[in-house]
Design a protein around this ligand. Structure first.
Ligand code: HMG
Ligand code: MG
Length: 606
């Protein structure tokens, strides 16, 4: 007979199940730091990652990087720790073996629909794959854990026959799994169903000591299910810190039961988990903040409030003090996607099949978004980039000729676009273009209107002569010398050329480096004192716009004074400056800083 209050073992699946369906890439170092923190809570089983097809689960495509990190290697050397890695096939096992993994987890579905969607094979084929993995893994001295998914229901086939679960459990047991986790993948179970399934399995000679409960929390029943399973005799439960989790092939399913919620429930029943409750809460707060995601643990939030833990220090000695931003989608559908990460706002042109040409609707939306971002005091940087092979091939002039050169611009089409360029130009935020591919016509304008540029080496800027003739109408704010050179020489500006002209701050070789380059740039920008980038930006603008004009030197003196004084941080100063159009810029400066202000720094002679 089971000890009525026997201890439980919690299997933390946050770094794998928890992260696998998050779309924005989570930096490897955040994953490793999460694992390190989880270990500090007392957890003795942590599923590290999965070695699966990167196309199936892009988020975990960095599994090798995780496994090769020194922190993870040293965890692998700790005795009495279980650190399974999920593998779907021999290829996954072979990769895991290269990194001294001591345990793998194999997974099958009790149902055909999910099996096909998740691992692209039938249940029988899935079991055969698992058998091959288990045989080789055991041969190599590894422990093997097993999962059976869809124990209650399948997203495509409906409810699951208990006999299908039994068949899988038996097969996994026969192939040598030391433990088999029963996955309520869709989170549709409730205590009554849990009790009857466990009774059925036990009645068919499956020892509950072999089983673990893996409850997703779609209907808020996961804690109740775990409690019911515990009272039936289960002693091992899978969970995710802060309730992270879900499977991209189980649409609508929510995260795993939160580790904090399970620990809270068991501790309050006098049942030992070996976990430090407050450290769990801290870790849950930390990762939720890192992922800009709501903490799904009710106990975690309540305890954080009780203990005043809500505003945790963000950084520890293990994290760089200014980690890369983590992007959360604001709008994830349509021709313009938007993301936010702290004080950074990213706009992504998303019409890749049409070269990201801007439709009139996109132009109107883009103008509105830039306007709103510019007014938002919580934002510092606006980033413009695009999906696909091109950055932006200009403005769409109609269905029949999406790539018509910009020479054909009519006033009607130009004006709304001009508004965007003006808004970028006048924005008090730092604007950054991330050129993922070539730009043409209006796309060039858009790129050059931004303050800072990072580009992939293959991204060229292509101008047309007619565009130059239109230059006088200041649609683009194109920088004169560059424009002339580009048009009258090669008509296509290479990355190196733009760089030498000071029009791009960085050139990278591939899309991943583009993302890293952007992250690094944002970290650098966000490190600088809040107003200084804005003052510097104004400095650049005035220099550009008033070359050789009377009074330029005096104005630059004034700006340098502002840049070098210790605490320029008044937004209203900058607003007045931005209000200053080309002809009254001197007046604007005087309004801000006063006519008789003594200069402390001089630009003359520099
Ligand atoms: P496939 O397309 O039939 O297989 O996918 P393939 O052999 O043709 O491979 C396709 C590509 O993936 C190839 O690359 C392979 O090299 C690569 P390409 O040549 O096209 O560039 N590939 C791999 N790369 C790295 N590691 C590997 C690997 N295998 C192939 N191990 C496959 C079949 C099983 C590979 C794929 O469907 C897959 O990876 N599925 C995994 C999906 C997954 O991870 N789902 C979530 C985990 S399960 C879950 O969440 C449920 C659970 O939590 C319990 C519950 O809640 O119920 C456990
Ligand atoms: Mg799961």
């Amino acid at each position: 007979m089971k000890d009525p209050r026997g201890a439980v073992r919690i299997v933390e699946v946050g770094p794998r199940d928890g992260l696998q369906s998050i779309k924005d890439p989570v930096p490897t170092r955040v994953k490793v730091e999460l694992i390190r923190r989880l270990r500090q809570t007392g957890l003795r089983t942590i599923e590290l990652t999965s070695v699966v097809s990167p196309r199936a689960i892009p988020q975990l495509a960095d599994c090798r990087d995780v496994l090769r990190m020194e922190d993870i290697k040293s965890l692998q050397r700790e005795p009495n720790l279980r650190l399974p890695v999920l593998v779907p096939n021999i290829k996954g096992l072979d990769i895991a073996l290269q990194y001294d993994v001591k345990e793998v987890a194999v997974f099958v579905s009790a149902t055909e629909g999910f099996s096909k969607a998740n691992i692209n094979c039938t249940v029988t084929e899935g079991l055969e794959r698992a058998r091959n993995i288990a045989a080789k893994a055991i041969d190599c001295g590894l422990a093997v854990r097993g999962y059976v998914s869809c124990i209650f229901s399948d997203p495509f086939d409906g409810s699951t026959a208990p006999s299908a679960v039994l068949d899988c459990v038996r097969a996994l047991q026969e192939m040598g799994c030391y433990e088999i986790s029963l996955g309520d993948t869709l989170g549709v179970g409730c205590p009554d169903k849990v009790r009857s399934l466990l009774a059925y399995l036990e009645g068919n000679h499956i020892s509950l000591d072999l089983l673990a409960g893996h409850f997703h929390d779609t209907y808020g029943q996961a804690v109740a299910n775990a409690w019911e399973a515990y009272n039936c005799g289960l002693r091992v439960f899978d969970s995710s810190i802060s309730g992270l989790g879900g499977c991209p092939y189980a649409p609508g399913a929510k995260g795993n039961v939160a580790t904090e919620d399970l620990a809270y429930m068991f501790h309050n029943a006098g049942i030992d988990t070996g976990l430090d409750m407050l450290k769990l809460v801290e870790t849950g707060l930390w990762i939720s903040e890192r992922l800009s995601r709501e903490n799904a643990s009710r106990a975690g939030i309540a305890l954080a409030n009780t203990y005043g833990l809500v505003s945790l220090p963000r950084h520890t000695e293990h994290m760089p003090s200014n980690p890369a931003p983590l992007w959360s989608p604001v709008k994830s559908k349509g021709n313009l996607l938007t993301y936010r990460a702290g004080s950074n706002f990213k706009i992504v042109l998303n019409r890749p099949k049409r070269g990201n040409t801007l439709t009139q609707n996109m132009i109107a939306d883009l103008a509105r978004i830039i306007e709103n971002c510019s007014k938002d005091p919580s934002l510092s940087n606006i980033i413009i980039t695009a999906t696909g092979r091109f950055f932006c091939m200009g403005v769409n002039l109609g269905k029949s000729k999406p790539f018509v050169p910009q020479d054909a611009f009519s006033d009607l089409q130009v004006k709304p676009f001009t508004v965007i360029l003006e808004k970028i130009h006048r924005s008090p935020k730092t604007t950054i273009v991330c050129l993922n591919g070539p730009a043409f016509g209006g796309g060039v304008d858009l790129a050059i209107a931004c303050d800072v540029g990072i580009r992939i080496r293959s991204a060229t800027l292509i101008l047309s002569e007619a565009r130059f003739k239109q230059g006088e109408n200041a649609v683009s704010g194109l920088r004169g010398a560059f424009t002339r050179n580009t048009i009258f020489s090669t008509r296509s500006a290479t990355a190196e050329r733009l760089n030498s002209l000071g029009l791009m701050s960085e050139i990278v070789d591939d899309p991943r480096q583009l993302q890293d380059g952007l992250d690094n740039l944002l970290v650098r920008l966000n490190c600088s004192k809040s107003a200084k980038p804005r003052v510097s930006r104004e400095f650049a603008r005035l220099t550009r716009e008033h070359v050789g004009r009377e009074g330029q030197a005096a104005t630059l003196d004034e700006i340098v004074f502002q840049i070098t004084k210790p605490d320029v941080d008044r937004d209203d100063d900058m607003e007045v400056l931005h209000g200053g159009h080309s002809d009254d810029w001197k007046r604007a400066l005087k309004r801000v800083w006063g006519p008789g202000r003594q200069r402390r720094t001089s630009m003359r002679g520099l």
